[in-house]
Design a protein around this ligand. Structure first.
Ligand code: NAD
Length: 317
């Protein structure tokens, strides 16, 4: 079962699971995801993780593993509507966990986030760093992650619940929304250029992010699914390389054959919850999964832009 399986990352995971021969059920309320991203071989249930009644019939039918990605994934919207953020990210995760307990599901993989590291940790940041959430979103993802791991460690369960959380850094690639101004800075910039809109950089642009390609992220999740070494573990997924938002903007423009002399780039106020510096220490993923990101940043941007251009021409047909 993949919650959030109509979204950017979840839909790629559904494809990968089906390619591996698994039977896949996608649960998604389509608040952000798209029905046409759900693999045709998957069973699709339109439902909400905040409603236990929507989860129950799926679990009652038998679930071997849950990939839990359904979430409110925008830092900005977490400030605009903190209750919705808490309900979706934390309460939704509690509901998924309760269903796992009720139906003795042995395996749960959770989509955690690098945002929990905040601003006080050394960069690149290791999983052992003390969390310092700088946004409501980071708080609710961290709380959810702790619910997952604490539940799995409970001594009163009469079965083994094996959990793994991936603290993903800035995932990018095909199917990231080009129109959602609240999520995914690379896709926002690409969407801006495709529509001929000016690019707005918040703050001075010297804040950094660690951009990791969707195919690398999917490979880590898939390799972890049946890998006991990852049970109980929290694992960073990034490249270890920080890229400033200014450098990202220049790289996107360059990939379109443009630069700042020919394209409007504005600076706006810093956003609440923005982190100043971010990059992953990926030694744990290397050790447990023999994982290494493979897609170089420049190549990943080119691929993403090629996909984005095709989207735009499709929508004009
Ligand atoms: P996304 O918005 O594309 O995917 C989230 C999906 O969850 C969407 O399809 C949405 O419709 C669905 N959803 C939202 N609320 C729901 C609800 N109440 N019930 C059922 N479905 C619901 O975002 P994404 O980038 O694919 O992120 C997937 C997961 O990974 C999220 O948990 C996010 O917090 C986490 N994450 C993403 C990144 C990233 O860089 N994209 C980094 C770290 C963590």
């Amino acid at each position: 079962m993949i919650t959030g399986g109509a979204g950017f990352i979840g839909s790629h995971l559904a494809d990968a699971c089906i390619a591996r021969g698994y039977r896949v059920i996608v649960l998604d309320n389509l608040s952000g995801g798209r029905r046409d991203y759900v693999n045709a071989a998957a069973e699709f249930v339109q439902g909400d993780v905040t409603e236990p009644a929507h989860l129950e019939p799926i679990f009652a039918n038998g679930v071997d593993a849950v990939l839990h990605l359904a979430a409110q994934a925008s830092i900005r919207l977490s400030f605009a509507d903190p209750s919705h953020d808490l309900r979706t990210n934390t309460l939704g995760t509690i509901n998924v966990l309760q269903a796992c307990l009720a139906y003795r599901v042995p395996r749960l993989l959770f989509a955690s986030s690098m945002t929990i590291y905040g601003n006080s940790n050394p960069v690149p940041t290791a999983e052992s760093a003390a969390p310092d959430p700088a946004s409501y979103y980071a708080i609710t993802k961290y709380a959810a992650e702790r619910y997952v791991h604490l539940t799995a460690a409970r001594r009163d369960l009469d079965f083994q619940l094996n959990v793994t959380s991936f603290r993903m850094f800035n995932v990018y690639g095909e199917r990231q929304s080009l129109t959602n101004a609240y999520q995914g800075v690379m896709a926002i910039f690409i969407g801006n250029v495709l529509r001929g809109e000016p690019i707005t950089i918040h703050s001075d642009g010297e804040q950094s992010r660690d951009f990791v390609h969707i195919s690398d992220v999917v490979r880590a999740w898939m390799d972890a699914l049946e890998q006991p070494a990852t049970y109980g573990q929290v694992i960073n997924l990034g490249t270890g390389v920080p890229t400033t938002v200014n450098a990202l903007c220049d790289a996107v423009l360059r990939a379109f054959g443009k630069d700042r002399s020919s394209y409007p780039v504005h600076y706006g106020p810093a956003q609440p919850g923005d982190m100043r510096a971010s990059a992953a220490d990926i030694r744990r993923a290397q050790a447990l999964l023999n994982w290494q990101p493979r897609v170089p940043f420049a190549e990943g941007i080119q691929q993403t832009i090629a996909w984005a251009r095709a989207q735009l021409s499709d929508s004009r047909r």
